[in-house]
Design a binder for this molecule. Sequence first.
Ligand SMILES: [Zn+2]
Length: 419
Amino acid sequence: MSPVGSESVRGERDVAPFAVAGRIVLGGRLIPGAVVVRDGRIDAVLRSPRVGSLPDTVIEAAIVSPGLIDLQVNGGFGEEVDHDPAGIRRLAARLPEAGVTAFLPTVISAPSAAYGAVFRAFFEAKGAPGARPIGLHLEGPYLSPERAGAHPLAAITGADPHLLDELLQGEGLRLMTLAPERDGGLGRIRRLRERGVLVALGHTDASREAFAGGVDAGATMATHLFNAMSPFAHRAPGSVGAALVDDRVTAGLIADGVHAHPASIELALRAKGPERIALVSDLMAAGGMQPGRYALGGRPVVVDATSARLDDGTLAGAILTLDGAVRNVDRWTGVGAAAALRMASEVPASVLGLQRVGRIAVGFDADLALFDADLRVEATVVAGQFVYRRDRPSGGTHYPSAHPGGTPVRDDGPLREGG
Ligand SMILES: [Zn+2]
């Protein structure tokens, strides 16, 4: 897997440099300062910019965050990730409204014959403007029939053992969710890891021991912790218990208050710390839309104000975009806004092994999400290009620096508050 890098900075070299000023998410803290963007990259991170040291265009925001990275996006804004590249393109164009600058288009378990078209659609849509589709997340089909959730059971029980060979023939697969306890599960994990594909354990009925065996084999993630996995019980801690106490595991978490109670989110944070939890949206087609009838993997789904469900009541993906999950974590737990934003940017980037996104640091791609004081997205920047701006009275303003003498902010060391 090639890291997101220069190939993703889409040749946009002719945009004038600009700066974004506000409280910057750095090292899990909010530090006042300015980020200078030039040629699609972060050129400087300054704590107290000298008057005249910034480019002519300075945009102010309450909070300047690395762009959000969503590891699990089945759809949204009326689109579903499937064989149609136009759907993925439209999704990529809309996700910046949620501060998302990179995402993994995700499909649930499907018949073997369906996957080829999904890969073709992904490659056709790959260079689309907006949030970057950086690889596919295949959730299934090698899952536990006991923990199918909204996945079609026939696609799980009938999963072709040879399908993995086909899936691994080309590039494109970045993350696979599987159940380690299925026949051949551990061998599958090793093969995926050999090919540089990240493995998440999920939709699994594994005991603590079987889950740990999957991690020993190379899995590094748990998919939507708490949901569709063997639950915690004091004598049988299950997949949930295993994921909570194993520091090798980064847990994906849907923080919509429907998939997990706020107290469960707090529990996960206390057990693992924000650095090992990646907020995911698990967004389905109805995300960002009105209640009504939609589809997930071709199955009809009824959507109300807070949830998406099959006719039998089974949860079928989520409808809260990733920025909403950040606000919930900020509101429901004591970790603070910077940590919540880090869980939706640096943590997913780190677990994916992305080299130049997920943090605000000199030389990194200028993928940024600008928030107001209520943690609502004001603007989103991908590779130095504004791909989303919420309507507001004026765009660029000059940074009112009261601090002569600029100090470059280090991105790799401890920082004190202030500036
Ligand atoms: Zn799932």
